[in-house]
Every structure is written in structure tokens, then in C-alpha cells.
Design a protein. Structure first.
Length: 244
């Protein structure tokens, strides 16, 4: 059988239970990586893990994980290294949007976005960096169009994604000399369960906006790099700028 680009490598994907995360698990497994799937919904993780083991002959770990819990994130890293021997790729994908207008945003909605999008990204990155330095691995963070341009409909969500990009690009500058690549993938609308009142896969018809598999392919491309760093990749629906 032909060698696959990520044969023998090990990856963690946060938010692996749906949308961009589950498609990323499929893409990394297809490329040969053993994958630890992390999110809160364990039944979903088990299902996707079984599927990719069957389809791609890789090893998987389904690790129920709340990325806002420092101890649980630490255990995720420990279990992954115990199972796979090392960590080559971390994909910080877990994220959510709640509410909208700042004047009407509840403190719970504010905290939910800050806790998952900001703290979750920090906690997983901090725990993974020493391992990624050992393996000269790849860190991939899911940013957003909302982290590049003002987002009047949800300024706090936008700010969390500006934070993710600022953090990732600054960490990239800090750890490049250790051989670690840090990439940011910026989607615009993607047909997933993302959304507060109405999910994007309900709001948009097939073909109208980006599909999660397209973002997963961008993540896998970044994760396959061995020498260079994919700094940022922007994948937008084709009519994103119409009417601007
Ligand atoms: N869809 C879009 O239009 C779009 C555009 C730009 C950027 N993004 C970003 O893309 C990423 C993935 O979102 P998606 O579109 O694939 O939406 P999704 O289908 O709703 O997936 C979100 C994932 O995050 C996980 N998650 C939420 N809270 C978590 C927590 N506390 N701990 C661990 N995992 C948690 C969810 O799993 P559990 O509920 O099982 O924990 C789920 O697997 C997010 O960072 C989002 O901000 C999405």
C-alpha cells in the first residue's frame, strides 16, 4: 500500500463531534494519522471513531472533553501520548456563538463564547506545545471571517476569533525556531450545526455556502506541512463580498 502523508503521526481534534471537526477527523485519518477525538458528546465521538478506524485502518481515541476544563484537557493530552506515543498535530476547532447584540447579551452567553473559544484554545495549546516542540509538529486553529472583519451582528463572537488569530500568529512567531508550525484557517459561513437560534445547515441550502469538508481539507493541508508553515488560509463562500 502507498505511504500516506501522515502515516505514524498522531493528532488531536477538539470539537470532533460535528461539523468541521468531524470532517477534519476523517481527512486526517484518510491521510494516515491516528486521531484522538475530543468534545463533550461521547456517543458522537465513538461513532465517528469507529467509522474512521473501519474506513482508514488508523487508531483512534474518543475522549469526552470539555475544553474549558484545565484538568480534563491535561488528561486528553496524557491519554493521547499514552496511546499513540507522541503528538504531531493539534487542531483547535471547538467553538460556538451565542446571542448577538452587546446590549442584550447575557453574561452566560458572553462567558460561553469566551470560555470555549478563547480559554479552550489557550488551555489546549499550552498543554500541547511542549509535545509539539518534541515532534516539531503542527498546530492548526480555526479562526473566522468574523476574526478578520468587524461583525456588527455579534461583536463578542468576532472578538473571540480576533483573539484566536492574534494568539495563533504570535505563538507561531514564538515557536517557529523550535520547528513548530502554527496555522489559522478562516472560514466564512459553513453548513454545520453552528449557530444559536438556527443552525447554519438549516439556514443554508447545499451549494449556497462552504461545506465542512472543504475546511477540513484546508486543515489537513496545513497539518501535512513538514518544513514550511501555512500561516493563514481564508475559505469564503464565493459571493461573500457581493454588496460590500
Ligand atoms: N460554521 C461556520 O459558519 C463557521 C465559520 C467560521 C468559523 N467557524 C468555527 O469553526 C469551528 C467549528 O464549528 P462548526 O461550524 O463545525 O460548528 P459545530 O458543528 O457546532 O461544531 C462545534 C464543535 O465544538 C464542540 N464544542 C462546543 N463546546 C465545547 C466544549 N466546551 N468542549 C469541547 N468541545 C466543545 C462541539 O461538540 P460538543 O457539543 O459535543 O462538545 C462541536 O463538536 C468553531 O470554532 C467555529 O467558531 C464556524
Amino acid at each position: 500500500m502507498a505511504a500516506k502523508p501522515l502515516d505514524g503521526k498522531s493528532a488531536i481534534v477538539t470539537g470532533a463531534s460535528s461539523g468541521i471537526g468531524s470532517e477534519t477527523v476523517r481527512a486526517l485519518a484518510r491521510d494516515g494519522a491516528n486521531v484522538a477525538l475530543a468534545a463533550r458528546r461521547e456517543d458522537r465521538l465513538e461513532e465517528i471513531a469507529d467509522e474512521v478506524e473501519h474506513d482508514h485502518g488508523v487508531e483512534t481515541l474518543a475522549v469526552p472533553t470539555d475544553v474549558t476544563d484545565e484538568g480534563v484537557v491535561g488528561e486528553l493530552l496524557t491519554e493521547t501520548v499514552e496511546a499513540f506515543g507522541e503528538l504531531d498535530v493539534l487542531v483547535n476547532n471547538a467553538g460556538l456563538a451565542r446571542g448577538g447584540d452587546v446590549a442584550k447579551l447575557s453574561t452566560e452567553e458572553y462567558r460561553a463564547m469566551m470560555d470555549v473559544n478563547v480559554d479552550g484554545t489557550f488551555l489546549a495549546t499550552r498543554a500541547a506545545l511542549p509535545l509539539l516542540e518534541e515532534s516539531e509538529g503542527n498546530l492548526v486553529c480555526i479562526g473566522s471571517f468574523a476574526g478578520q472583519y468587524p461583525r456588527p451582528s455579534n461583536p463578542v463572537y468576532a472578538a473571540t476569533k480576533w483573539w484566536v488569530r492574534g494568539f495563533a500568529l504570535s505563538v507561531a512567531a514564538a515557536v517557529g525556531e523550535e520547528g513548530v508550525a502554527v496555522s489559522v484557517i478562516n472560514p466564512s459561513e459553513v453548513r454545520t450545526e453552528f449557530g444559536d437560534d438556527e443552525s447554519f445547515n438549516e439556514r443554508f441550502a447545499e451549494g449556497e455556502v462552504t461545506e465542512p469538508v472543504e475546511i477540513a481539507e484546508a486543515v489537513a493541508f496545513a497539518a501535512r506541512q513538514e518544513n514550511s508553515t501555512v500561516s493563514e488560509l481564508d475559505l469564503y463562500r464565493r459571493d461573500k463580498f457581493s454588496g460590500f
